[in-house]
Design a protein around this ligand. Structure first.
Ligand code: BGC
Length: 382
């Protein structure tokens, strides 16, 4: 369901808010030019800004560091706002210990086995940062780079263009990659991400977004009651290092079957060997629709308590559903609450992990003269 201005006002009334508050809720539902403020300063003196934008009832805060979604607020069924994206209040925490909270991931989302691949007969050794494997672009991926941010308003849309140039050889990847990520809030409050990249040499690319969702509000506890649906009949089982074996396994009759919405917690303790390896769900679902020219609906997330819903549409062939298994209570989030296992979940639209070493998977190769283009749309409701 799209969140209309009427929903905001009706919700505000139901929540017993005053006429003045309702007035500002109405104003908030209209797009405004993004504004920026200083968020922090990196050790080398680089200033990091936080951009705030709002449209159609959705409020987004984005850092120039990592293209990080630092906060994403949406209303519940009573019009009450909550930040539904895990994160930190301070830049230092993002630099020191973030498990990719809200980040823009590149050059390659998820794992590449041994941090190695061969392309056109040449072998490349990447930065290795997850045991023997390379995860999310290596030790200093796009999530830890400072992006150039350019705000825009376009008709009823508001947004940010984020630019980053990854030089030839950075983290071991061949070819200078010029990347543009566009975050747009539509007048219906949808958050759309458009990725674009070009390269100077043949390379591999797999860009994604690493928001940890908790539709009840970050810091409010477990997502095990959230209902997830994924339009996928198969998934890619992994070895003990979470590298796909290459098999496309049927979800039917397993805890991996989310073709009909079910609570995350329903089968998470089923003891399936694949769950034991991953400490829960941390797998790539093979979307039934495959690669498509335009974004198509692939997943929904719903918190029955608040009524908040998220619908995801993408043109990508895969979706990594990660149930926050490695959160262990040692990170204190934006509102001052510790995040424990399962206090947030990720739904990362992507190409399959380790595709550069799996010729049977859809290709992630980008060549000079080609433009990498993919889009994902997040629609919110209550
Ligand atoms: C991966 C997890 C990893 C997490 C990092 C996810 O995309 O699938 O295995 O631990 O990112 O926080």
């Amino acid at each position: 369901m799209e969140l209309s201005r009427r929903t905001v006002v009706a919700g505000a009334a139901a929540a017993g808010l005053t006429a003045a508050t309702i007035g500002s809720a109405q104003a908030a539902a209209r797009g405004r030019k993004p504004t920026k403020e200083l968020f922090g300063t990196l050790a080398d003196g680089t200033k990091v800004h936080r951009w705030s934008l709002e449209n159609g009832g959705t409020r987004l805060k984005v850092l120039s560091y990592g293209g990080i979604v630092q906060s994403l607020e949406i209303p519940d069924r009573h019009g009450r706002y909550a930040n539904v994206s895990l994160g930190f209040a301070a830049l230092d925490d993002y630099v020191a210990k973030s498990p990719y909270f809200g980040a823009s991931i590149g050059r390659y989302g998820n794992r590449i086995a041994g941090g190695r691949f061969t392309l056109d007969g040449k072998s490349y050794q990447l930065s290795v940062n997850d045991g023997v494997n390379s995860l999310h672009g290596g030790a200093k991926g796009f999530d830890k780079q400072v992006w150039d941010v350019e705000p825009f308003t376009n008709g009823s849309h508001v947004g940010l263009h984020l630019h980053y140039t990854s030089v030839d050889g950075e983290m071991g990847y061949p070819g200078t990659l010029r990347v543009k990520v566009t975050y747009t809030l539509s007048r219906h409050g949808e958050w759309r991400i458009d990725y674009e990249a070009t390269t100077g040499k043949a390379t591999v690319v797999n860009l994604t977004s690493h928001v940890y969702w908790n539709l009840a509000g970050e810091g409010s506890g477990t997502i095990e009651g959230h209902e997830v649906a994924i339009a996928a009949s198969r998934y890619t089982p992994t070895d003990s290092g979470l590298i796909p074996t290459g098999e496309l396994a049927e979800v039917a009759g397993t805890p991996f079957d989310f073709r009909r919405a079910k609570p995350v917690g329903r089968d998470i303790r089923a003891g399936h060997p694949q769950q034991v390896t991953a400490k829960g769900y941390d797998h790539n679902w093979v979307l039934d629709k495959g690669v498509t020219a335009k974004p198509e609906p692939v997943a929904t997330l719903r918190d029955p308590r608040s009524g908040r819903t998220l619908k995801i549409a993408t043109d990508q062939p895969g979706l990594q559903f990660y149930s926050g298994n490695f959160l262990d209570g040692t990170l204190v989030g934006t509102s001052g609450h510790a995040y424990r296992q399962g206090d947030g979940l990720c739904l990362e639209t992507q190409h399959f992990p380790d595709s550069p070493n799996k010729p049977s998977f859809p290709s992630t190769v980008l060549r000079p003269g080609q433009t990498y283009r993919t889009s994902t749309i997040h629609s919110f409701g209550a």
